[in-house]
Design a protein around this ligand. Structure first.
Ligand code: FAD
Length: 284
């Protein structure tokens, strides 16, 4: 279903320390000023960030912010997921980002859990709660790293939508054509849901390279080489990164993307700089 207004949202991860939580609250105070549609909070697969996710979600809700907890199903039982959903529903939450997740190495294959893939989680949420939750799922314009092929990955994405997903957020990417091609393929399969690009600000090359290798997001060679070349010159790296990501966002919005989901990395600066540059306050 086409959303009449653009969807601009922010993603946070739960801090591991009290100091991290204090910093996060400062960052959120700045981020909320631009009135994003919602703020999502990641959840470690296997419940590894359970306490931190709850603390962050509780605090965001107390601030009156529209909050979307992520919920991963790998390694979880139906009873555990049922309890989580009940907790969130009682808290007034109406948005969930439903994911499979990846178990950290050492936690086994997840064979003991009741869910294998995210489409099963989406179906479970719909079966238990009807239309109460607005469900977002993950999409991979550059193909999920474990997928046997792009075509099978698309089939699997279709399964999540058929199971009841309302919208999707993509893995981050730096190649707008990958996004447009993916959206075209989805439309030709009859999928109408909003597919919101996930945007990763560039602030730290080592961290970006590590994440990108893990999640299968391609950093185009020329961008990688330029970023590498800045070495310790963080100011120049960030200025270049800002130009690249701002240009990407402009192209995505001009090409019809229904909004943007910013992976803030719990840092307001880079996201708000992009927000201002793109003039998003006038579009929400
Ligand atoms: P799925 O949609 O289940 O897909 C996983 C793989 O299995 C794909 O290769 C797919 O092609 C294949 N597949 C899917 N269904 C089937 C099927 N029925 N039969 C056979 N193969 C199938 N991880 C976290 O741990 N916590 C988070 O909070 C978190 N948030 C994220 C938010 C976003 C927006 C994104 C894009 C990713 C996030 N991740 C998070 C990472 C995510 O958990 C991993 O990418 C994970 O590997 C896949 O999750 P998924 O929900 O896309 O899985």
């Amino acid at each position: 279903m086409k959303d009449p207004l653009p969807i601009f949202s922010f993603e946070l991860f739960p801090p591991k320390t009290a100091e991290g939580m204090r910093k996060l609250k400062d960052q959120v105070t700045r981020l909320r000023a631009v009135e994003p549609r919602y703020i999502s909070v990641t959840y470690g697969a296997g419940g590894s960030t359970r306490a931190g996710t709850f603390e962050t979600v509780d605090w965001l809700c107390d601030q009156g912010l529209v909050t979307a907890p992520h919920l991963t199903c790998i390694g979880a039982t139906r009873a555990e997921v049922r309890d989580l959903l009940q907790r969130y529903r009682e808290q007034g939450i109406q948005r969930i980002v439903a994911l499979r997740g990846d178990l950290p190495s050492g936690m086994g294959s997840g064979a003991h859990g009741d869910f294998r893939y995210a489409n099963e989680l989406v179906a479970f949420i719909r079966a238990e709660h009807g239309d109460h939750f607005h469900i977002e799922v993950a999409a991979y314009p550059e193909v999920h790293p474990q997928a046997v092929s792009a075509a099978r990955d698309l089939d699997n994405f279709v399964r999540k939508v058929e199971a009841g997903a309302d919208a999707a957020i993509t893995q981050y990417f730096f190649n707008a054509d990958a996004y447009f091609s993916f959206v075209d393929n989805c439309r030709s399969r009859g999928l109408e849901i909003p597919i919101v690009p996930g945007i990763m600000p560039i602030t730290n090359f080592t961290q970006l390279a590590r994440f990108s290798d893990a999640c299968g997001a391609e950093i185009p060679r020329w961008i990688r080489r330029r970023l590498e070349g800045y070495g310790d010159d963080i100011a120049s790296l960030r200025a270049f990164g800002h130009e690249i990501v701002a240009g990407l966002c402009q192209r995505l919005l001009a090409g019809g993307a229904p909004g943007l989901h910013f992976y803030t990395m719990n840092q307001a600066n880079s996201t708000l700089k992009l927000w201002d540059r793109l003039g998003l306050s006038t579009r929400t």
